[in-house]
Design a binder for this molecule. Structure first.
Ligand code: CTP
Ligand code: CA
Length: 219
């Protein structure tokens, strides 16, 4: 995998509401960081675009970590390298909406209710997906609670993914806030593979191995 370039988005995005508050998702960033480490260990050059996490920047010399806060910043950082990357992995839990207005000063407590106006964020994976060349490979994540496979397949098509990693929330110990994960890989070619519950580092290896197998078939 030497000379292969990989873009990984990871972690949440924080969308500011005022100088001290934000809207964001739960996400430790562990899955994206584990994927970056696995790609780098296999010889790839990785750009890791990370939202706010408590994880240290990966120490591997072939991982270039760029820290961002918002979806707009994550999009700009990802777009800057997407054209030259062979593989895109969208592991970030991007906030779907952001406050329509960011208050310049802290919002003071006033009435009994507070209504916020939110506007849709850029869809990083879908927007870049429109620019994907045939030799590039795009991987997305889906975390669903209902009609899991149908929703994941819909995302595969809508965002021009070659592979979607469907996270199971049904099994205890899987998904966000855990160090283990149980995933099903759904591919554009129609293949579907379900793996056992295992540590996120091992899940990353399964995902990276599948990507490498598909890429070598491409070549
Ligand atoms: N994604 C992205 N930019 C966004 C939202 C999502 O790049 N603004 C990526 C995620 O990183 C993930 C995939 O798209 O790889 C699916 O994310 P998900 O939140 O499941 O999809 P949504 O299209 O936001 O749909 P939902 O209504 O289920 O949240
Ligand atoms: Ca979403």
């Amino acid at each position: 995998m030497q000379h292969m370039r990989v873009l990984v988005t990871a972690g949440p995005t924080y969308e500011p509401l005022d100088p001290v508050r934000f809207i964001g998702n739960h996400s430790t960033g562990k899955m994206g960081y584990a994927l970056a480490e696995t790609f780098a260990a296999a010889g790839a050059d990785v750009t890791l675009v990370s939202g706010p996490t408590s994880l240290p920047n990966p120490g591997h010399p072939r991982i270039h970590t760029q820290r961002v806060q918002t979806a707009d910043e994550m999009y700009a950082a990802a777009a800057a390298v997407a054209g030259t990357a062979d593989v895109w992995v969208f592991a970030a839990a991007v906030a779907d909406y952001k406050p329509a207005h960011v208050a310049p000063e802290k919002i003071k407590k006033a009435g009994d209710t507070l209504t916020l106006e939110l506007v849709k964020n850029v869809d990083i994976a879908a927007t870049l997906g429109k620019t994907k060349r045939p030799e590039q490979f795009s991987v997305g994540f889906a975390l669903e609670t209902t009609n899991e496979e149908a929703h994941a397949l819909d995302k595969l098509q809508r965002k021009n993914f070659d592979l979607v990693v469907l996270n199971s929330l049904r099994d205890a110990g899987a998904g966000f806030r855990h160090d283990t994960n149980k995933v099903t890989l759904l591919e554009a070619g129609g293949q579907m593979t379900t793996f056992e519950l295992k540590p996120k580092a091992d899940v990353a290896r399964d995902i990276v191995q599948t990507i490498f197998a598909r890429l070598s078939r491409h070549a």
